[in-house]
Design a protein around this ligand. Structure first.
Ligand SMILES: Nc1ncnc2c1ncn2[C@@H]1O[C@H](COP(=O)(O)OP(=O)(O)OP(=O)(O)O)[C@@H](O)[C@H]1O
Ligand SMILES: [Mg+2]
Length: 162
């Protein structure tokens, strides 16, 4: 595991961080996205989709009502879930919500993983986003060791991965 902490001061900066995560994802990776309402989890997903070369990352929307969206056409299929409205693990299982989240050919990006603790057991990435006031967000990222290489190679205006 590797850990990075960084700060963004705009939604675009958070998306750019997502882009760099997306470039490093591999088939079967599971990314848990933690943070309160409006923290920027879906914004990060949009960036990840861009990093995976999804042709139109604007189609990434909050799946709060559908619970799960699948985006095809990028380097890897993306399964994007928002479990906010899930009551508990049993109802998620009943509704089949968890079925698509273990596809070894896809990457799964999961908002509100707290709702289904068993999902957390085999994550490969974990991102926590905290509000830092106004447009400031603090991102705590844990990723696999293989992701370390080149993570700090960035254009001058990009946030630093410490
Ligand atoms: N630095 C920042 N990074 C990300 N979003 C930011 C930032 N500054 C302001 N914002 C705003 O915060 C909001 C983040 O919304 P987003 O839907 O991504 O949150 P979320 O964590 O997915 O929330 P939810 O739990 O409701 O799904 C957007 O309105 C965005 O414009
Ligand atoms: Mg969201």
């Amino acid at each position: 595991m590797n850990e990075w902490e960084l700060r963004t001061d705009s939604v675009e900066a958070t998306e750019r961080v997502g882009e760099r995560i997306g470039a490093r994802l591999e088939a079967g990776d599971r990314v848990l996205l933690r943070g309160e309402l409006g923290a920027g989890k879906t914004a990060l997903v949009r960036g990840i989709a861009r990093g995976l070369h999804l042709s139109d990352p604007r189609e990434v929307a909050s799946p709060t009502f559908a619970l799960v969206h699948v985006y095809e056409g990028g380097r890897l299929p993306i399964v994007h879930a928002d479990l906010y409205r899930i009551e508990d693990e049993a109802s998620a299982t009943r509704q089949g919500v968890l079925d698509g989240l273990s596809d070894p050919r896809a990457v799964s990006l999961i908002e509100w993983p707290e709702r289904c603790p068993s999902i957390a057991s085999d994550q490969t990435w974990e991102v926590r986003i905290d509000h830092g006031g106004e447009d400031v967000r603090r991102l705590h990222i844990r990723g696999p060791a293989r992701a370390a290489s080149g993570f700090s190679d960035r254009p001058r205006d990009e946030p630093e991965f410490a």
